[in-house]
Design a protein around this ligand. Structure first.
Ligand SMILES: Cc1cc2nc3c(=O)[nH]c(=O)nc-3n(C[C@H](O)[C@H](O)[C@H](O)COP(=O)(O)OP(=O)(O)OC[C@H]3O[C@@H](n4cnc5c(N)ncnc54)[C@H](O)[C@@H]3O)c2cc1C
Length: 378
């Protein structure tokens, strides 16, 4: 950690560990404190960046899959998608677990992606007081392919357990099996002595995009003049994202400068004002907000205290949240203990109302993931 610039690292004895984290594993004899480490809400960061890009003129095509690349004279002249053909001076391949397949479309596959699955569990927010920091697994001799996982506190106050790390053949294996869950709990539950399985509200899985060399690929194509690969971004890809973005910016600018003049846009606005979130406001602030807009006084999701005003703001955001899943990631509707059992119908109706479409057209996540099978009789 010191070699990586972690200057404030501290070694702790047993008493030091329990002073900071009273519920740590009872047999723990000591620890390493990394005071500069932190936690972000990944979906909020991504959404904020996307909104800001749209505010500055970017166009985002959701539900659009790249199915072919037209290469002529050593450069990509067209990107074929399921919704038509796109053109651009520079093409960036950031297709996650599918990046090698996209590279192949340009006959430029010089790396392979190997899916590595990670299963995680999340507790409800009532456990937020059980722990203030992320507790890692320095007590286990960890296999080389994972940083070890642990129990982390999200910024909203849930505890996240995991992830596991298993090589899988399927790049979109997002299922969770009984064996995987048992392995996850066996390994991570002991890190906090107060944790119980009944505090867990959801299990989920993601798949890391791992290259054979276990390293990120952030570079220009060697065969196609206007293609940049941003591939193999496995963990800690989220942490590294701001630094990767700066590298990609420099690569894009250098590539463009070979053909055209490039200058910074003076009108670029790096700020994005986030919409109000009721649960983070004081009673006085809530009162003022509700007086201005009564929709903030109508609670849609009781578990996470999300109001109609927040859902409507999400639907009307620069990159509109027009599916139930998109609203969930923006506002946290359905992320609480009931996992959407109560609020989903209300969210669905609000999307239908704001988008002026029948409720039967509202989807979970675009495509054909319709929420309702059809209308029942009167
Ligand atoms: C369980 C788990 C835990 C993790 N924990 C951490 C952590 O604690 N800290 C950390 O820093 N990192 C963590 N990571 C890693 C981090 O999530 C990834 O590094 C990061 O999400 C990679 O971002 P990406 O944009 O490269 O790929 P992705 O987020 O996978 O995005 C790729 C996108 O490309 C799209 N796509 C694919 N093919 C096509 C196509 N043909 N046409 C159009 N679009 C396409 C996909 O739909 C997807 O939206 C974790 C990962 C997992 C799985």
């Amino acid at each position: 950690a010191r070699r990586n610039g972690e200057e404030h690292l501290r070694l702790l004895g047993r008493a030091g560990v329990f002073r900071l984290e009273p519920h740590a594993w009872p047999a723990q004899q000591g620890g390493i404190l990394l005071p500069d480490s932190g936690v972000v809400a990944p979906d909020q960061v991504t959404i904020a960046c996307a909104d800001n890009a749209v505010q500055n003129g970017a166009r985002i095509f959701l539900n659009t899959a790249v199915i072919g690349l037209d290469v002529e004279g050593g450069r990509i002249t067209g990107v074929r998608t399921n919704r038509g053909r796109l053109r651009g001076r520079v093409v960036i391949n950031a297709a996650g677990v599918w990046a090698d397949r996209v590279a192949e479309l340009a006959d430029d596959r010089f790396y392979t992606i190997h899916p590595r699955k990670g299963v995680m569990a999340i507790t409800d927010r009532s456990t937020g007081d059980l722990q203030r920091r992320s507790l890692g697994m320095m007590w286990i001799r960890r296999p080389g392919r994972t940083k070890g996982g642990g129990v982390s506190r999200t910024i909203e106050g849930n505890l996240l357990l995991g992830p596991t790390a298993d090589e899988v053949p399927d790049r979109e294996d997002h299922g969770t099996s009984c064996e995987e869950l048992e392995a996850l709990l066996h390994r991570h539950m002991p890190l906090n002595a107060q944790l119980r399985p009944d505090q867990i509200i959801a299990y989920f899985a993601g798949v890391r995009a791992v290259t054979f060399e276990e390293d990120f690929v952030v570079e220009e194509s060697r065969r196609v003049a206007n293609l940049i690969h941003v591939a193999g971004i496995q963990s800690p890809g989220l942490t590294a994202a701001p630094a990767i973005a700066e590298d990609v910016r420099d690569l894009v600018v250098a590539m463009l400068r070979r053909e055209v003049q490039v200058r910074a846009r003076p009108e670029f606005d790096p700020c994005r004002k986030s919409p109000p979130s009721l649960s983070g406001l004081t009673l006085e602030e809530r009162h003022r907000l509700i007086l201005r807009n009564p929709a903030y006084g109508r609670i849609v999701c009781r578990c996470e205290e999300v109001s109609e005003g927040e859902v409507v703001a999400a639907i009307g955001s620069p990159l509109p949240a027009t599916t139930v899943s998109a609203v969930k990631h923006r506002t946290r509707t359905g992320m609480g203990r009931c996992q959407g059992g109560f609020c989903t119908p209300s969210v669905l109706k609000l999307i239908a109302r704001e988008m002026a479409v029948p409720a039967t057209r509202v989807t979970w996540q675009g495509g054909d993931s319709l929420m309702l099978a059809g209308e029942t009789g009167e």
